[in-house]
Design a protein. Structure first.
Length: 129
């Protein structure tokens, strides 16, 4: 099953690294959308079908925590799995994000295997099905 995935990170390089990790992990990607911060991500979500979101915490305009809060307030986070990919993850912050509905957290730097494991776990299917 192909997944439409939204990558939310202010670094184009990090978005490319996540894309490459998804490909190396053999995750079946339908469409891949990108946003540089939370406001852009919310705009993508208004206009596109997305199955899974990978989001950073530290971003300009709207950071990852505020983005997750907005998804929580709207109820969208119940249906839309969000995975935080960040190097700025103190334990209290990660716990707070999980309480808001984030499904998982991956520490930067990461491996394709870690990406695959989290996609398998969060989506409930094998990533290469």
């Amino acid at each position: 099953m192909a997944f439409n995935i939204l990558l939310v990170d202010d670094s184009m390089t990090v978005r490319k690294v996540i894309t490459k990790a998804l490909q190396l992990a053999e995750v079946d990607i339908g469409e891949l959308f990108e946003a540089g911060h939370g406001v852009e991500a919310l705009e993508v979500l208004e206009n596109e079908w997305v199955d899974l979101v990978f989001a950073d915490i530290m971003m300009p305009v709207m950071d990852g925590e505020e983005f997750v809060r907005k998804l929580n307030e709207s109820g969208a986070i119940k249906e839309l799995p969000v995975i935080i990919v960040s190097s700025a993850g103190s334990e209290p912050r990660v716990q707070r994000l999980k309480e808001l509905g984030v499904r998982d957290y991956i520490q930067k730097p990461f491996t394709p295997e870690q990406i695959r494991e989290v996609v398998d776990s969060v989506m409930g299917v094998s990533a290469n099905e």
